[in-house]
Design a protein around this ligand. Structure first.
Ligand SMILES: Cc1cc2nc3c(=O)[nH]c(=O)nc-3n(C[C@H](O)[C@H](O)[C@H](O)COP(=O)(O)OP(=O)(O)OC[C@H]3O[C@@H](n4cnc5c(N)ncnc54)[C@H](O)[C@@H]3O)c2cc1C
Ligand SMILES: *[C@@H]1O[C@H](CO)[C@@H](O)[C@H](O)[C@H]1NC(C)=O
Ligand SMILES: *[C@@H]1O[C@H](CO)[C@@H](O)[C@H](O)[C@H]1NC(C)=O
Ligand SMILES: *[C@@H]1O[C@H](CO)[C@@H](O)[C@H](O)[C@H]1NC(C)=O
Ligand SMILES: *[C@@H]1O[C@H](CO)[C@@H](O)[C@H](O)[C@H]1NC(C)=O
Ligand SMILES: *[C@@H]1O[C@H](CO)[C@@H](O)[C@H](O)[C@H]1NC(C)=O
Ligand SMILES: *[C@@H]1O[C@H](CO)[C@@H](O)[C@H](O)[C@H]1NC(C)=O
Ligand SMILES: *[C@@H]1O[C@H](CO)[C@@H](O)[C@H](O)[C@H]1NC(C)=O
Ligand SMILES: *[C@@H]1O[C@H](CO)[C@@H](O)[C@H](O)[C@H]1NC(C)=O
Ligand SMILES: *[C@@H]1O[C@H](CO)[C@@H](O)[C@H](O)[C@H]1NC(C)=O
Length: 633
């Protein structure tokens, strides 16, 4: 019954809106992540009335979202996150070679691995997304890297819109950041924004004070920069170099460093856009947040031949979406409502949901919409196509003895008054729970980089047992003998990912296939293999005995990389391009091609992956969208 209601009257006749009784706001925004959430609060502080529709609830003061060391737990637990299952390959044989591939057993439990029981149904690779006020930035790993300058300049070149050049884009980073790890006044950083950035103290968090850990980090720096570090003190000084500094050569030299984190150093908590959104409401600005509200489609009206967005329809209820682990198909929504936008509708549901919402509204590839009997309003093939991601490659090396002495931590993980670590975190914002990050990060240029920049970004940590996403990943414990690294490939050039509707039901998660290595596999695999060799040279340099666990040494290198690569930085499923280009989804002002008063502002608009870490760049483009929208208002 609800379905019929949804699909009928997809397009109102000009002047006779279907929703005359609906409440009206200047802007209606779907999704409260780094894209939509910061835009909503910015527009409200400028005095515009904003209605923000978020499928999840507000977990911004739950310790699961606040405590940095619990970031994986937040990413795998309702009500904070959705668990999508995606495919990496269309080729099932290849897909099922991944030891992280998940199946659903007959009794309702998961099986993960290479030997599924006969009754097990293939599900795919777990792909978490935040579904809470603040979106994925409330559950992510808080790594805060700004995109390489070349990635901004690429957008400027592609669109012909010079305001995307890196020098102008830096302005938006300055506006949104509250940088706490360089002296105030250091150029290129901001100090008054809503996003606190900090850096851990390498002497406390990295383990370099342990002899074997220090030895490996020294080897890496020697291999990549030719620097002989004399002692732990010098190592620590090298690690605090700032990857986000103003410098045209930021990514152009090999660099070992600690990555800034979106963590408040005063509270030892995640720097939270969710909390910021609430503070804007509390300050009395005209921002209305509608939680537990699943947007089902954008309401459109056709006047002078061009469709125009006039509002949004949404369902009320918790756990309504099939990617929510609490989903129950027979649970009906508490109601369906509409809201009208006087000025604009902005879709910011993230890389998976934005294309789904657009398609349900009749904006997308004609053939797919017609197959599902969705009236085609704009035939736009780029919706749900050209999706990209970084590849992450897990390298795990086991030594005979622990890399470092296990600290005597007294955390009970009960997160109450009987847990000394929790008490310390709550009282002083310090201690094991306040920490995140790893031993070191490294930017490094392989032989196939397409410019002068590094194309690989390493995250490396002593004690890291295994990598990637599978049901139960958030329960993994440190393994003291293991050293884990994820090599993140920047400059991926595989725009082959796709998102297709399974049905017209807005509660059904779409079919998602990344089609890994479908294009440019030679360069991507070559780069990753060179990264693996670099690590092995550095392990050899330490003189310590070790065995390689991943990539699987029993398998040819490129095959092993394909079997184990994972990702969680999806982008580009509604890509930006030159004005009027129908192979793009939005123009350089975030306007959906062919529709008036409709924009997309989230990670789905990046024409290609923005370096290694999309969170900071998504906040940055949201700030740009704010400026663009004010200019048009
Ligand atoms: C586990 C994990 C770890 C990560 N680690 C890092 C990291 O360390 N560094 C980094 O740079 N990036 C990281 N990322 C990626 C980064 O968080 C995302 O790229 C970024 O949050 C994207 O922002 P967004 O606004 O596009 O979408 P999202 O943050 O995903 O926000 C989308 C919001 O829209 C809501 N929504 C969706 N559909 C609807 C609907 N129909 N109706 C109403 N609301 C809807 C969702 O509930 C969600 O709140 C990580 C992501 C995950 C999941
Ligand atoms: C599918 O993948 C397997 C394993 O990588 C490979 O051997 C096979 O050739 C692939 N099939 C096709 C049709 O590409
Ligand atoms: C389902 O079956 C597996 C394999 O027999 C078993 O390990 C698991 O505990 C079962 N789960 C439930 C929920 O019954
Ligand atoms: C942008 O275009 C200029 C001029 O054609 C070119 O020199 C530059 O390399 C391009 N930059 C990028 C990142 O594509
Ligand atoms: C910036 O962060 C510091 C350190 O946490 C804090 O004291 C200060 O109030 C913040 N500034 C703003 C404008 O929020
Ligand atoms: C980066 O490291 C590699 C491998 O050690 C080395 O060959 C290369 O010269 C280094 N590049 C720079 C710019 O230092
Ligand atoms: C699903 O919802 C229906 C209707 O509310 C209820 O009867 C049923 O018990 C629920 N199922 C589960 C597994 O919770
Ligand atoms: C850990 O605590 C035990 C018992 O209190 C003590 O014997 C040991 O030396 C401590 N280890 C470290 C590394 O501090
Ligand atoms: C803390 O939680 C644990 C486990 O839930 C419980 O056993 C214990 O009594 C609690 N302690 C306090 C002080 O609340
Ligand atoms: C908090 O910090 C103060 C000052 O360093 C210290 O005296 C106190 O013991 C700490 N409290 C907790 C619970 O760690």
């Amino acid at each position: 019954m609800i379905l019929n209601l949804l699909i009928s009257a997809a397009l109102a006749v000009c002047g006779i809106a279907t929703t005359t009784d609906a409440v009206e706001y200047d802007y209606v925004i779907i999704g409260s992540g780094p894209g939509g959430g910061s835009l909503a609060s910015n527009l409200a502080t400028s005095g515009y009335s904003v209605f923000l529709i978020e499928a999840g609830g507000d977990g911004s003061t739950d310790f699961v979202e606040e405590i940095p060391s619990l970031n994986s737990v937040a990413a795998e637990s309702p009500p904070h996150s959705w668990s999508f299952f995606v495919e990496h390959y269309a080729n099932k044989t290849q897909a099922h070679r991944d030891p992280k591939y998940a199946y659903l057993r007959g009794n309702g439990s998961y099986y993960v691995g290479l030997d599924p029981p006969v009754d097990a149904q293939p599900l795919g690779i777990l792909y978490p997304r935040g579904a809470t006020l603040g979106g994925s930035s409330q559950v992510n790993a808080m790594n805060f890297a700004w995109a390489p300058d070349n990635e901004w300049d690429y957008i400027a070149n592609l669109t012909g819109d010079g305001t995307w050049g890196h020098e102008n884009m830096r302005k938006f980073l300055i506006e949104l950041e509250n940088c706490t790890y360089v002296p105030q006044g250091t150029p290129g950083h901001g100090y008054d924004g809503y996003l606190e950035s900090s850096m851990m103290d390498p002497l406390i968090t990295t383990g370099i004070t342990s002899e074997k850990v220090g030895r490996f980090v020294s080897s890496i720096i020697r291999e990549t920069e030719g620097i002989e570090s004399a002692d732990v003190q010098q190592l620590a000084e090298l690690l605090v170099r700032d990857i986000n500094r103003v410098d045209p050569d930021r990514y152009a030299s090999n660099l070992t460093f600690l990555l800034p984190l979106a963590i408040s150093p005063t509270s030892g908590s995640r720097s939270s856009i969710g909390k910021h959104i609430n503070s804007v409401v509390e300050a009395g600005y005209p921002l209305t947040i509608s939680l537990h509200s699943l947007a089902t489609r954008v309401l459109l009206e056709q006047c002078d031949g061009r469709p125009k967005a006039i509002g949004v329809e949404y369902m009320i209820g918790e756990g309504l979406y099939s990617a929510d682990p609490r989903y129950n198909a027979s649970q009906q929504p508490e109601g369906v409502r509409t809201v009208r936008a006087k000025k604009e509708v902005i879709v910011a549901g993230g890389t998976f949901n934005t294309p789904q919402i657009l398609k349900l509204s009749g904006i997308g590839p004609r053939e797919e919409l017609e197959r599902l009997d969705i009236p085609v309003i704009v035939d736009l093939p780029a919706v749900g196509n050209f999706m990209q991601d970084n590849y992450e490659t897990p390298i795990h090396v086991q030594s005979e003895v622990p890399w470092q002495e296990t600290a005597n931590v007294s955390c009970t993980r009960t997160f109450n008054a009987s847990d000394p670590c929790f008490v310390q975190w709550e009282t002083n914002g310090t201690g094991p729970y306040s920490l995140s990050g790893g031993t070191f990060f490294l930017t490094w240029r392989s032989s196939v980089s397409w410019d002068d920049d590094a194309d690989l970004f390493f995250l490396s940590a002593a004690g890291w047992g295994d990598s990637g996403f599978y049901p139960g990943f958030s329960r993994r414990q440190p393994v003291p003998e293991m050293w884990g690294t994820s090599i993140v490939r920047m400059q991926t050039a595989n725009p082959s990912g796709s998102i297709h509707l399974r049905s017209r039901d807005p509660r059904q998660a779409p079919e998602i296939n990344f089609n890994f290595f479908a294009e440019n596999s030679e360069t991507d695999l070559q780069a990753l293999a060179e990264g693996v060799s670099l690590l092995m040279r550095a392990y050899d340099d330490t003189g310590l005995p070790y065995t390689v666990v991943s990539p699987n040494p029993a398998v040819e290198m490129h095959q092993a990389l394909m079997d184990e690569a994972f990702s969680h930085h999806a982008s580009s499923s509604c890509r930006m391009g030159p004005a009027g280009d129908r192979s793009s989804c939005v123009d350089s002002k975030f306007r959906v091609i062919g529709v008036d008063n409709l924009r997309v502002v989230d990670a789905s608009v990046f024409p290609r992956v923005p370096g290694a870490m999309p969170n900071g760049p998504t906040f940055t483009i949201s700030r740009k969208a704010y400026e663009v929208i004010l200019e048009d208002a």
